[in-house]
Design a protein around this ligand. Structure first.
Ligand SMILES: *Cc1c(COP(=O)(O)O)cnc(C)c1O
Length: 413
């Protein structure tokens, strides 16, 4: 199937083993355990010498089919599906860190990711070095022999910052440090992480992939591009090439011990969601760009932030890395926190809810919600402002969204 497009391949990927009823959709194998003919076969499977399933915390046929599809679209070496974006991030980072190690990252992170790095990993002796990833000199000065990863979000939310991935990958390569990117905002196949030097990509499949916010999920996509033989914790997992160590340890030890594998029902819904990903993404992102341009003309809106806009400071880099449509999320600033609250309360169509890339447009005031439990000082260090509103654009017509926004916008003095 090499000569057909990824989208087509994705729809027609065959099962590893044929289904006995010739089901066209992958059946949902809601079984915890799998039975064996003999004790010998059981030993072979449990010791990893055959690919038979043993227990659904570790592998499951429906989840594996979802993983295989993602692998086909991304051309990755190994894909693991976890039960949320956060479990994908925590499993990935726990696989390669150790007490005394550090991660070089930015304070511009999703709220729980920031807290995981700042609090959870810190308690295990892992230091998060928050710096400006758009300043390459600063990044170089933060990386040392105990750096386990350079970690970032490809378009940060809600700041909408874009770092130069190839330049960061170069710094990583020189220092033998992998580049790990959370690409939830522009996922595969619209952003080809491997081409920009990303070694491990993380996606919250809760967002675009689930298709209408049906289920939580997270993906760890390992491109097999990094040689782990210099990693203090992964070198013992290396074979002759050294590129398999990360996924091998993660699958054989970390994810089994933590127990956050995707459920078969969610894998079924996300496989289905992925079949329409291309259509929904293109439509939502095109509406987002159209809306961003029109919101720039609205009196009462102080500024609009979307890297697809030509006058955005990250536009050139964003276009090179993510193409014309960098996702379906934008932010805009009003005069004050009070103006934001009053605006949100007047909306009739756009839903006041968290989450991104539902079929419906969703709106939120990040400072008082996702970042509400942080101190104002921490919020300021993360550049999360009280005047900012975040909008996730759905499948509605642009005019309907604009009309709703216009009737709610505070009229100029
Ligand atoms: C939502 C989100 C996450 C967390 O994903 P969950 O599926 O909610 O656990 C991580 N990173 C980014 C950029 C997100 O938008």
């Amino acid at each position: 199937m090499k000569d057909i497009s990824f989208e087509t391949q994705l729809l027609h990927l065959p099962y590893e083993k044929p289904d006995s009823y010739h089901a066209l959709a992958m059946p949902v194998y809601h079984s915890v355990a799998y039975e064996f003919e003999t004790a010998e076969a059981m030993e072979e499977a449990f010791c990893g010498r055959t690919k038979d399933h043993c227990y659904s915390r570790i592998t499951n046929p429906t989840v594996q089919y979802f993983e295989d599809r993602v692998r086909a679209v991304t051309d990755a070496w190994s894909v693991t599906a976890l039960n949320s974006g956060m479990s994908a991030i925590s499993n990935a980072l726990l696989t390669l860190t150790y007490a005394g190690s550090n991660i070089v990252t930015s304070p511009h992170l999703f709220g729980n990711t920031y807290s995981f790095l700042k609090n959870t990993l810190a308690a295990l002796g892992v230091e998060a070095r928050f710096c400006d990833l758009t300043n390459l000199e600063e990044v170089r000065s933060q990386v040392d022999e105990n750096t386990c990863a350079i970690f970032l979000e490809t378009i940060t939310n809600p700041q909408m910052e874009v770092a130069d991935l190839k330049a960061l990958a170069d710094i990583g390569q020189t220092a033998a440090v992998p580049l790990i990117a959370d690409s939830t905002v522009v996922p595969f196949p619209f952003f080809r992480a491997k081409d920009f030097g990303v070694d491990i990509e993380i996606v919250s499949s809760t967002k675009y992939i689930s298709g209408g916010a049906t289920s939580l999920g997270g993906l760890i996509i390992d491109y097999g591009t990094f040689n782990w033989s210099r990693s203090k914790v992964l070198k013992t997992w290396c074979g002759p090439v050294g590129n398999e160590a990360f996924s091998t340890r993660m699958r054989r030890e970390i994810h089994r011990n933590i127990g956050a594998y995707l459920t078969p029902q969610a894998a079924y819904m996300q496989t289905l969601g992925m079949e329409t990903l291309q259509l929904r993404f293109m439509r939502q992102a095109a509406t987002c760009l159209d809306l961003a341009r029109r919101l720039q003309q609205v009196e009462g809106i102080a500024s609009v932030n979307y890297t697809g806009l030509e006058d955005n400071p990250f536009h050139t880099l964003s276009r090179a890395q993510f193409g014309e449509y960098p996702g379906a999320m934008l932010t805009f600033d009003l005069a004050s926190r009070e103006a934001c609250f009053s605006f949100l309360n007047k909306l009739k169509l756009i839903r006041r809810a968290t989450n991104l890339f539902d079929n419906k447009s969703l709106i939120i005031h990040p400072a008082s919600t996702i970042y509400g439990s942080f101190t104002e000082d921490v919020r300021r260090s993360m550049h999360v402002k009280q005047q900012t509103i975040r909008l996730s654009v759905g499948l509605e017509q642009t005019d309907d969204l604009l009309n709703d926004i216009m009737q709610a916008i505070p009229s100029p003095e």
